[in-house]
Design a protein around this ligand. Structure first.
Ligand SMILES: [Zn+2]
Length: 410
């Protein structure tokens, strides 16, 4: 039997109020309030109805480990040290429990699709991936989880043989995407080639941690773009971070942005972790560590915003909320609020290879209802009062009760 839900009286981003009918996972009709007379009604009076966000870059295997893996110095070296100490001790059930909690946190905030990078290296083998595959299957129907096999480095030469073997085993086990950090490899060009060859063989996308540094001498993004163009790679290529692009001279930035556009690479900007980790040793005027948002957008590149690490040694803040990412894109990336929301919703879905969503008939019913009057207010206020719909069904509802009790003697 068809699953039919009527979302009643929501405000759309145009400011108009509407009823929205969801049938079998799709938006079936959008009409004036009271004009649609069927379906199980969910009252959305006071809510703004938006295409749901998606989280294009998480690390669910690391999320919420701050107590277990403390990083008292707070910097990257401290994070790596804390993680090296902690990660070999993690048990399957612990990883499943934490990753599930972090995924549900993102879902409650509205993300009905989430791409998580998952460590695959000799320290942890395939343990994190096995746990995350279990989470992916358990949450199916509630949110779509894509798993990136984040191969260790080096990937090249004799020293890289274990990492290459593990990447292959990860894809055989069921990873959805190829991942790695080519800029950390002694031979970045060859590392890109290995990743693209593996992704081609398994017919999956590739999503690389690209140039996560403010060192302007490190710029592998043009290599990635050129190899995607030259090899005719068609499964979807994403460059995450691209921090060093943001510290290049304008002429270099414009040239690289054009190459990235030509290659059809998606870019994911990760303000939370970039602001946290980059430039910690600069005593004055630290750069923000965000990629070159304006130049990439001007060149026609799809630029998404992601949350990255959440309360782990690599970022001790973060709440797994795409609206937090959007607010950071406004404050630190100088995007307008509506563009920032598009970065964490429309563009995030695009770089993840998912069909686009509009609040209009025929589109997937991936929706966020949030207590707000406009997109700007949703981004700025980030109300926790949210109802989330995935495949046409309500999958999460958070209700906030705020009180201002009478004062004594008043
Ligand atoms: Zn990452």
């Amino acid at each position: 039997m068809a699953h039919v839900t009527l979302l009643g009286g929501a405000v759309l981003d145009t400011g108009a109020r509407a009823d929205v009918l969801l049938v079998d996972g799709l938006i079936d009709a959008v009409g004036e309030p009271g004009s649609i007379g069927r379906g199980e009604r969910v009252d959305l009076d006071g809510y703004l109805l938006l295409p749901a966000p998606a989280e294009p870059h998480a690390h669910l295997d690391k999320a919420l480990t701050l107590l277990a893996a403390p990083n008292p110095r707070g910097d990257l070296a401290g994070a790596i040290e804390a993680w090296r100490r902690h990660s070999p001790t993690m048990r399957h059930e612990q990883i499943v429990a934490r990753a599930t909690e972090a995924a549900l946190l993102a879902l409650a905030h509205g993300a009905t699709a989430l791409r998580s990078h998952v460590d695959v290296n000799p320290d942890v083998g395939l343990r994190c991936l096995r746990a995350l595959i279990e989470v992916r299957e358990a949450l199916r129907g509630r949110l779509d989880l894509q798993l990136v096999a984040l191969a260790g480095f080096p990937m090249t030469g004799e020293a890289g043989s274990a990492n290459r073997r593990l990447l292959r085993e990860a894809l055989e086990l069921g990873a959805d995407v190829v991942g790695a950090c080519p800029y950390l490899d002694p031979d970045p060009v060859e590392c890109h080639r290995i990743c693209l060859a593996a992704a081609t063989e398994f017919a999956v996308p590739v999503d690389l941690h690209t140039d996560e540094t403010i060192d302007e001498s490190v710029l592998t993004l043009p290599t990635f773009a050129r190899l995607v163009t030259d090899t005719g790679f068609v499964h979807g290529a994403v460059a995450s971070h691209c921090v060093s692009l943001g510290v290049q001279p304008p002429e270099v930035t414009a040239k690289v942005a054009a190459e990235v556009a030509e290659a059809g690479l998606g870019v994911v900007c990760l303000p939370q972790t970039n602001l946290y980790l980059q430039a910690r040793d600069r005593r004055s005027s630290p750069p923000r560590g965000l990629t070159a948002l304006a130049a990439l957008t001007a060149a026609g590149v799809t630029v998404a915003g992601g949350g990255d690490n959440v309360q782990d040694p690599f970022n001790q803040a973060g709440r797994g909320d795409p609206l937090e990412t959007a607010a950071l894109l406004v404050a630190a990336g100088h995007l307008l609020p509506a563009d920032a929301y598009a970065a964490v919703s429309r563009s995030a879905r695009a770089v993840m290879g998912l069909p686009s969503v509009q609040v209009a008939p025929g589109f997937p019913a991936e929706l966020l209802a949030i207590r707000a009057r406009s997109v700007g207010e949703a981004v700025a206020g980030a109300s926790a009062d949210r109802i989330v719909f995935h495949r046409g069904r309500m999958v999460s509802r958070t209700t906030v009760r705020r009180e201002f009790p009478p004062l004594d003697g008043a």
